[in-house]
Design a protein around this ligand. Structure first.
Ligand SMILES: C[S@@+](CC[C@H](N)C(=O)[O-])C[C@H]1O[C@@H](n2cnc3c(N)ncnc32)[C@H](O)[C@@H]1O
Length: 395
């Protein structure tokens, strides 16, 4: 939260308060009337500002709501508060359809109209990328399904109750349905509770539509695979990525953090005669990718390796490097190795805007120009966002 809070406060009027060493006199428990300006990209809370410039973060509010809040935590530069009352609802406020929304914590934005969710995400991108020198407005491709889009969920079971653990506590929020999960996943609930066990479960639908249930909260070690949670948006992601690179004429491509080859296979179909190397830490994912390549009779090199180790051991400079790291991003060491190899083009796919822009700030400083940025809403009703960025070596 600290990093995100600092990000949200960047360029904010409240900094002026700090510089002048003027102290505010707010304390925990104070009640205030505020108006919500926008939503925060690191947690999805509403951002409000007091008359003397102190930023106040409030969960479960909508931009343009007029609200009454109670301060719960007060710092020098910002405060956190809980919502007491919506005095005048925003035109973007909608009724959350899920009966468990307030308690569950899995979604943060069900009370925000879908159009406004997209608008906020587009603002996150436009703001963050303008700080990297990319001045265009950036759009977010909507999800076809605002609800019922997740192809896997994790739930907890206590005897004949299934649900999610309440944020920061261990108490079970018992649910009968999860509106962001595909219906076939929820249809498993009645059978599962018959076992009356205490356990964590993952319910997942694979590409062929088959349902798998894994006990213990995550898949067994030999099944610890990554897959995109929103199948339809994943198709759009791949279509968009192919459009971005279709005019390149590479002799070699690296697909870093390739998982089971979700991106590698379509790239291979596009560049049939090109040498493509997929690099992925998970041996099981690489095994699956290799099996698929054999089935399809295609020549792709899949390596079960740490990306940093792979990059350090090569001196090749492929025309194109694609990278799709986990939420933590690629990190400084990987980015420095990519800079050493000087690929002409880079496509960075990310599910975390903070780590994406951190990594890009190292690339764009001297060597690369940002050519295009596209947001994809993989995770409606939450503040999470998928982004695809294309960079080219400065000429
Ligand atoms: C966001 S997923 C992307 C997977 C794939 N591109 C896709 O679209 O399904 C990130 C992948 O990076 C892998 N990974 C994490 N750390 C890694 C590392 N240091 N070296 C190589 N792969 C890593 C994870 O196992 C995971 O499969």
């Amino acid at each position: 939260m600290k990093q995100n809070t600092n990000d949200e406060l960047q360029g904010d009027k409240s900094k002026k308060l700090d510089k002048s060493n003027k102290k505010h006199s707010f304390k925990s428990g104070d009640e205030l009337k505020l108006k919500v300006e926008r939503l925060s990209q690191g947690g999805g809370k509403g951002i409000c500002r007091t008359d003397d410039g102190v930023v106040v973060f409030v969960p479960l509010v909508v931009p343009e709501d007029e609200i009454k809040v109670k301060l719960t935590k007060v710092k020098k530069r910002y405060a956190e508060a809980e919502l007491l009352e919506v005095i005048k609802p925003s035109k973007h406020r909608v009724e959350p359809p899920c009966a468990f929304f307030n308690d569950c914590g899995g979604c943060q934005w069900q009370m925000v109209s879908y159009q406004e969710q997209l608008n906020q995400k587009s603002k996150f991108l436009t703001h963050e990328f303008s700080r990297l020198g990319f001045k265009e407005g950036i759009q977010v491709e909507p999800s076809d399904n605002e609800y019922r889009y997740r192809n896997r969920i994790q739930v907890h079971q206590k005897k004949n109750k299934l649900g999610f653990l309440k944020a920061k506590t261990h108490s079970l929020v018992s649910i009968k349905d999860c509106l962001i999960a595909e219906e076939e996943l929820v249809a498993q609930f009645p059978e599962l509770i018959k076992a009356e066990k205490e356990r964590r479960l993952e319910i997942a639908k694979d590409e062929s539509g088959e349902i798998h249930i894994y006990e213990g909260g995550k898949r067994p070690a030999d099944l610890n695979l990554f897959s995109q949670v929103n199948s339809k948006q994943n198709e759009k992601l791949k279509t968009y990525l192919i459009k971005l690179i279709k005019d390149l004429k590479p002799e070699e491509v690296f697909d870093l953090y390739c998982g089971e080859g979700n991106i590698t296979f379509p790239v291979n179909s596009l560049f049939k005669e090109v040498k493509i190397t997929g690099v992925e830490l998970s041996k099981v994912s690489v095994k699956k990718a290799k099996e698929k390549a054999d089935e399809e009779n295609t020549e792709i090199t899949f390596l079960a390796k740490d990306v940093l180790k792979f990059l350090k051991e090569t001196n090749k400079s492929p025309e194109l490097i694609i990278l799709d790291p986990p939420r933590d991003g690629a990190g400084e060491a990987v980015i420095q190795e990519i800079k050493r190899l000087k690929p002409k083009n880079i496509v960075y796919v990310s599910c975390d805007l903070a780590t994406l822009t951190r990594d890009l700030s190292v690339l764009t400083n001297e060597m690369y120009d940002i050519k295009s940025v596209q947001g994809l809403d993989m995770f409606p009703q939450t503040y999470h966002l998928e982004t695809v960025v294309k960079l080219s070596l400065k000429s």
